[in-house]
Design a protein around this ligand. Sequence first.
Ligand SMILES: Cc1cc2nc3c(=O)[nH]c(=O)nc-3n(C[C@H](O)[C@H](O)[C@H](O)COP(=O)(O)O)c2cc1C
Ligand SMILES: CCCCCCC(=O)C(=O)O
Length: 380
Amino acid sequence: MTTGQKNDSFIENIVSSEVFPFSAEELEAAAKEKIDTAAFGYTRSGAGGEETLRKNIASFDKYSIVPKYLNDVSVVDTSIELFGRTYAHPFLLAPVGMLKITHEDAEIAVSKAAAKYHVPYIQSTVSSYSIEEVAVASGNSPKWFQLYWSNNENISYSMVKRAEEAGYEAIVLTIDTFMFGWREEDMRNRFSPLREGYGKANYITDNVFLSTLAHDDHDSVIQEILQNIYHPTLNWKHVAELKKRTSLPILLKGVLHPSDARLAIESGVDGIIVSNHGGRQLDGVISSIDALPAVAKEVGREIPVLLDSGIRRGADVVKALALGADAVLYGRPYVYGLAIAGQTGVEKVLENFIQETKVSLALSGAANVQAARNIHIVKS
Ligand SMILES: Cc1cc2nc3c(=O)[nH]c(=O)nc-3n(C[C@H](O)[C@H](O)[C@H](O)COP(=O)(O)O)c2cc1C
Ligand SMILES: CCCCCCC(=O)C(=O)O
């Protein structure tokens, strides 16, 4: 998508009588006032002492953009191409499970807002609405499906098939969450969204999963879901097997080590997402933006490299592109928008993020995403 660069949104925001939070910090504070303490705690928090959660944000500050001026940036083309498809912006919405803890309309609201702004939406396995419900709500706007591998692999294949049939365009296999991280905030609040049943929609609409159930009362169903997701034996053979089962591109989400990026390529994976799960899994791991350069160097241009964990600003997108990412995933801020005002809240957050990204590209001297990859970055 080619978009004129007129600062319209900046001016509109200045003259608007309606004040909606802008920064991620303001969004987080407003969301805290809207939803219950445990739901907010689950969304905001990271694992352990939250070292990685903090690093994800702080690490971006170490990289500085060195802009080049006197380029014509009157028109900024923010589009990217991935797996033969063109997407309007250099970012997608990260998979976030169990969104009903945040707002009743959950993934329906998010996917509709994403559709309105032509932002691809990655739906989580542990969603509050099913693959099919989200597909109907958001029409033919681009969607990917995030897969939590199931102990019963036939459940995984069944969900992948459903995603294919519903028109999803890629499968994102998350490799860092075969068990829960050590999440003290949730333990403190005695909070498990899965136990409450918020993320069960894709399971209770899955015939293969249903056929495995000995009992169908709430507690037994939730117990079965948890047992399916807990999968510490997950290994490269599963990746190779999944590759044989689908014609959709497969991305691995959670790659931090360059050697894993190489193994992913050797396993026939189509793309990788450099991610530490927003600091929610192993505390103490490297921040995503710090992990990116070595991974991007290993991959070269062989397959697309995406990044998430800590993207908050348009300038963060520019830095990630310049350090080797093809696109990024945007996470917690849109969830806060959902908490504050449902679909309208997500729309507001997206509108501002799109405009900030465009302004940041232009002021860096990049008229398109390809040019952004050549922006000079220094580390201080
Ligand atoms: C409340 C919450 C739930 C999440 N659920 C999932 C999920 O179901 N599947 C998944 O792969 N990642 C999940 N993630 C991780 C995100 O996809 C993404 O990696 C992370 O939010 C990036 O960090 P950031 O939001 O701080 O930028 C979740 C993150 C949050 C905050
Ligand atoms: C055992 C895995 C459940 C994960 C639930 C959703 C998620 O990814 C999160 O970060 O929370």
